[in-house]
Design a protein around this ligand. Structure first.
Ligand code: NAD
Ligand code: GLY
Length: 348
């Protein structure tokens, strides 16, 4: 078992990573028994809600639950409202806890409800996807989507703890696991060439992968919890990725969109050798690297990106594997970058 400490300015907490974690015992170490509302989606609840409930009950917690249909389409204000109405019905108070059991959709929505219910209450993340384990459960970004924009409504609200049982990855469909790998590859490209190389060689265990990615995320969040500057590097691949997700009506997954977004900017910016390595590692996890959507339309959709200010969009561009920088570009310049990236792909 490994613990990674997160020092955000508003909260300090640990991310515990291990196989076969006892959630109830883990939680008891940081919080006295209280009432819990476990929030999950129908797929994850079918697999893990009973065992999680048992574990928390055995540890002395009183457990309620709220389950919604799986998928990004549920990450909206209407589902958050239904959750909060159920919290009122079940007598959840400010000193109780919300528990997010699931992937990034469950975590983002639960965190958002925790930030808003009774003007803020504590919550815990139990990530069950690789993506949630290495990215969304850590760092305190919570949100729901609007029909015309992803993550448009949200708050910064850190969990009091993250307990990641890597055994839950065993039930992940290959495609969903791969979406987590897209975010892991992101950490390699923005921050850590040796990590990238280990992923290329398939020479890293899930536990080590989660630990290293969470260490990187913790370092970045400690520098810039509220996303004023340095944290923007975590958005690598996301400007185009979010546009693709939105354009698809959220039928294309977050990790898939990010994979295409990373491939495009790497094509535009990296030398041919590094670009080939990026394409090869993405393809080795069966991640998409191209899109059939109109690039002009995607560039215009990027104008709705949260990283836009005034007439410019802040994008993350690589100089080599392991190093990126931030640049403010106009939508036209952005369209040229992604167009160049996809042209480079045709040549490689
Ligand atoms: P998800 O939560 O929709 O999970 C993907 C699918 O896997 C779902 O159908 C879910 O039911 C299923 N699933 C989850 N765990 C499972 C398991 N152990 N076994 C079998 N099936 C399982 O999506 P995700 O890919 O985990 O996360 C994507 C979301 O995370 C997006 O909404 C994205 O915006 C958000 N995100 C947030 C942050 C952040 O910092 N807050 C960072 C990255 C991504
Ligand atoms: N996933 C982007 C961030 O946490 O900033």
């Amino acid at each position: 078992m490994n613990k990674v400490h997160v020092s955000a300015s508003t909260k300090e907490y640990d991310v515990t990573v291990g196989a076969g974690l006892n959630y109830g015992e883990c939680l008891k170490e940081i919080h006295s028994p209280c009432k819990l509302m476990i929030v999950s989606d129908d797929t994850v609840a079918g697999l893990y809600l009973d065992s999680a409930t048992q574990s928390f009950t055995d540890a002395g917690f009183t457990v309620e639950s709220y389950v919604f249909p799986h998928g990004e389409q549920s990450k909206n204000l209407s589902v958050a409202e239904k959750l909060m109405e159920k919290m009122v019905d079940k007598g959840i108070t400010k000193t109780d806890l919300l528990v997010a059991l699931g992937g990034g959709v469950v975590g983002d929505l639960t965190g958002f409800a925790a930030s808003a219910f009774l003007r803020g209450m504590d919550f815990v993340q139990l990530p069950t996807t690789l993506l949630a384990a290495i990215d969304s459960s850590v760092g305190g970004k919570t949100a729901v989507d609007l029909m015309n924009g992803k993550n448009m409504v949200g708050a910064f609200h850190q969990p009091i703890g993250v307990f990641c049982d890597i055994d839950t990855f065993k039930t992940l469909p290959e495609e969903t696991y791969a979406e987590g790998m897209a975010e892991a590859i992101k950490y390699g490209i923005i921050y850590d060439e040796p990590l990238f190389t280990r992923m290329e060689r398939k020479d890293i265990s899930d536990e080590d992968l989660v630990k290293r990615c969470v260490e990187i995320k913790a370092e970045v969040v400690a520098k810039d919890e509220f996303d004023k500057g340095p944290r923007h590097i975590l958005n690598f691949g996301h400007t185009l990725g979010h546009a693709i997700e939105t354009k698809s009506g959220y039928t294309i997954g977050h990790g898939q969109g990010v994979a295409v977004g990373m491939a495009a900017v790497c094509g535009a910016m990296l030398n041919s050798g590094d670009f080939k390595r990026v394409l090869s590692v993405l393809k080795s996890y069966k991640l998409p690297v191209n899109t059939t959507y109109d690039l002009h339309e995607l560039a215009m959709l990027s104008k709705a990106d949260k990283k836009r200010h005034g007439d410019v969009i802040r994008v993350v561009l690589p100089t080599k594997i392991g190093e990126v920088y931030l640049k403010d570009v106009t939508p036209d310049e952005w369209e040229k970058i992604i167009t160049d990236g996809f042209h480079a792909m045709e040549e490689n």
